[in-house]
Design a protein around this ligand. Structure first.
Ligand code: HEM
Length: 401
């Protein structure tokens, strides 16, 4: 018997010592308890690729209507309409259709030059001052500005929205998120939307306000102020820290894999494949939880109606049954894009093309200037947030080109 088998198997996402490097425990979960029950927090955890993918495809059994974070589901809080990640069909289908109008290939493509400009400026400013942090100087700067451009939100309002939405998903180290304090104070932002309603322009926000859709009652109507506010807040919460974490992870993983970093530096056409493998290897949104609407059997065990199930995307992404040597980082992996980092089924990330483009451009701008770096772990800070996993700060010692 080896040592790991003698240590009782325990998993929750709240213990920093587990959360910072969960992969040894996730491997044991897949092998020893693919359906795991955590008594302390009363939730089930599903860790193998096939079970996670099947669960996410079954939205009728595994509902999002109470949220997709364990502690929010348990709080039984009523979220306002328009937060589509916390909705079930039919209203989810209707809302998602309207929101999809923002993410046409044309709208996304239109942002490429602007994203490059932001990344380039972030890099040059950091290099001028002589030190560079993958998260605070680049990852945390660019995604919110991009969401602002996508929606046409004035720059002065962006910072405020970022602060209130970041606060919704933050937790103290070692503790779950507090559902009561996680609800955003959207009053100021509603003021902006009301002003925009009276002063329409040709931007995307105006399009969102004027689009008619058939709601869950079959009524043809425009979005309400509350729905628009919720959608914008959701986009800010879902598209900001996640992308920021992706860039932090790329900085860390490439620092630890100098051979593959050099291959990318010498052939920048490898950047999209590298980003895909980073997404697989370190999923920023490491898990997605659901409320169980009926008794259901997984792995010959009944999960009772009313339970909470946590689908661990980060574990599915390392499953050797799908990804050969899943715990190995390999930019030449053929099927990296089979990862579940953007979810699966009706809630699949609506911003995935934008996120991939942001990651690609950010790293293109890094590699234009830098070939070698090492992480300054004495100053790096790992985020206590459990909904989005990664670094709040990742400073690096650089060798510029
Ligand atoms: C690396 C970056 C990103 C990651 C890892 C990520 C991950 C995810 C995941 C896993 C889901 C599904 C959650 C569930 O099933 O419960 C999701 C949904 C969503 N994401 Fe992303 N996301 C990223 C970037 C973005 C961006 C840039 C935007 C928009 C600007 C965005 C907007 C959304 C929205 C609106 C949903 C809800 C979709 C629905 O419920 O139908 N995400 N994302």
């Amino acid at each position: 018997m080896n040592t790991s088998q003698q240590i009782p198997l325990y998993y929750d996402p709240y213990k920093p010592e587990i959360w910072q490097d969960p992969y040894r425990i996730l491997k044991r979960l897949r092998k020893e308890a693919p359906l795991y029950y955590n008594e302390e927090y009363d939730f089930y955890a599903v860790s193998c690729y096939g079970d996670v993918a099947a669960g996410l495809m079954d939205a009728a059994t595994f509902s999002s209507a109470r949220g997709n974070i364990i502690e929010l589901i348990k709080s039984d809080f009523q979220f306002p309409p328009g937060i589509i990640i916390m909705e079930d069909p039919p209203i989810h289908t209707a809302h998602r259709k309207v929101l999809s109008l923002l993410f046409t290939p044309k709208n996304i493509h239109h942002l490429e030059g602007k994203i490059r400009g932001i990344c380039s400026q972030c890099m040059d400013t950091a290099l001028e001052k002589g030190h560079f942090d993958f998260v605070t100087d680049l990852g945390a700067q660019m995604p919110m500005q991009v969401i602002g451009m996508l929606l046409g939100i004035p720059e002065q309002d962006l910072h405020h929205i970022q602060e209130i939405t970041d606060a919704t998903i933050r937790a103290e180290s070692g503790k779950p998120i507090n559902a009561e304090t996680s609800i955003c104070d959207a009053e100021d932002f509603e003021g902006y939307i009301e002003w925009r309603q009276k002063n329409p322009s040709d931007d995307i926000m105006t399009l969102l306000m004027n689009t008619e859709f058939k709601d869950d009652t079959g009524t043809q109507r425009k979005l309400t102020l509350e729905e628009i506010t919720s959608m914008v807040m959701l986009m800010s919460a879902a598209g900001n820290e996640t992308t920021s974490r992706l860039i932090g992870w790329a900085g860390k993983i490439l620092a630890e894999h100098p051979d593959q970093r050099h291959q990318v530096a010498d052939d920048r056409s490898l950047i999209p494949a590298m980003i895909e493998e980073v997404l697989r290897f370190e999923a920023p949104g490491a898990h997605a939880a659901r409320y169980v609407t009926r008794d259901v059997i997984i792995r010959n065990q009944t999960i009772p109606k009313g339970s909470v199930v946590d689908f661990i995307l980060a574990s599915a992404n390392r499953d050797d049954a799908i990804f050969e040597n899943g715990d190995e980082f390999n930019i030449h992996r053929r099927n990296a894009n089979a990862h579940l980092t953007f979810g699966k089924g009706i809630h699949t990330c609506i911003g995935l093309a934008l996120a991939r483009m942001e990651g690609r451009i950010a790293m293109e701008e890094v590699f234009k200037r830098v070939r070698d770096w090492e992480v300054d772990y004495d100053k790096a800070e790992f985020s206590p947030t459990t909904s989005v996993r990664g670094w709040d700060s990742l400073p690096a010692f650089l060798s510029t080109r």
